[in-house]
Design a protein around this ligand. Structure first.
Ligand code: FPP
Length: 262
């Protein structure tokens, strides 16, 4: 049966059936701002932590679907540098979920060929979580399937400052000359080094902003905003976002005619 999706209020309606995705036109890298967990819980009279817990199910389903589709990488904004300022109980709940996720998902990741990596100030995470992360990253490194990049204690501006500091140090050490700093060299100093830039950035939860996420890498990403709260963003909604992406013309600063003639 063919199902048709009406998309979010900020994107034009798309009636392309998700079952007819063009597998040659899938994004290589999808970045997701998983927003709306708190409001999802509050709407149900539940503590905010329950929204995050429900959100973990969406994480599993989206990573599985992206892996099945053959998407190269998914980056998930799981915890920002600003999130450290949330109430201690909520931070603790998020760390508990992350711990449980890493413990329970290592075996499935190995089974499905997922490669885990992370972006962010990992040294700020609790020590045991750092250990679990390192173990999962090392064990999944030989896998050849989808790359799951967890943005943890991540901030886009601090990532850029860190990259600038590293390059400045290399200049001081005499390893490189300032003129040798190119966009490629700069990109190599980012947490996402080696990953393609996100082709598609999805934000759930109804806000239309980047919130300090992948500021360098999203220069030419297609942005998709949906009012759906993250715990309700499942396979069907993800396929609809991909269908919408496939309807976009990516021009990278060129004219439409130039792109069409490519
Ligand atoms: C934003 O929603 C979401 C977060 C700050 C955390 C996202 C975390 C998860 C989905 C679970 C943990 C992740 C993994 C990978 C185990 P919000 O709380 O700001 O929602 P609101 O805007 O409705 O308040």
């Amino acid at each position: 049966m063919v199902s048709f999706f009406y998309l979010c209020d900020r994107n034009p309606p798309v009636t392309m059936p998700a079952t007819e995705l063009d597998h040659n036109k899938l994004p290589r890298h999808v970045a997701i701002i998983m927003d709306g967990n708190g409001r999802w819980a509050e709407q149900r009279g539940l503590p905010r932590a329950m929204g995050h817990k429900a959100g973990v199910e969406s994480v599993r389903e989206i990573v599985e679907t992206a892996g099945e589709l053959g998407i190269t990488a998914v980056t998930l904004y799981a915890f920002s540098t600003e999130n450290w300022h949330r109430p201690a109980m909520e931070v603790q709940a998020l760390m508990t979920l992350l711990r449980a996720y890493l413990e329970s998902q290592l075996a499935p990741m190995l089974e499905k060929g997922v490669r885990l990596r992370c972006s962010g100030e990992i040294e700020r995470l609790p020590k045991d979580i750092q250990t679990l992360l390192t173990k999962a990253i090392d064990k999944t490194a030989p896998n050849t399937g989808i790359i799951l990049n967890l943005a943890l204690s991540y901030g886009g501006r601090s990532e850029l400052v860190r990259a600038a500091q590293r390059l400045a140090q290399q200049c001081l050490d005499g390893t490189i000359r300032p003129e040798a700093i190119t966009e490629e060299r700069f990109g190599e100093q980012l947490y996402t080094a080696g990953l393609p830039d996100p082709d598609l950035l999805i934000r759930t939860g109804g806000e239309a902003r980047l919130s300090n996420f992948l500021l360098w890498q999203t220069s030419y990403s297609e942005l998709y905003f949906t009012p759906i709260f993250w715990p309700d963003f499942r396979k069907e909604q993800f396929l609809a976002a991909l269908a919408d992406y496939q309807g976009r013309q990516r021009r990278f600063g060129k004219t439409g005619a130039q792109v069409a003639g490519d």
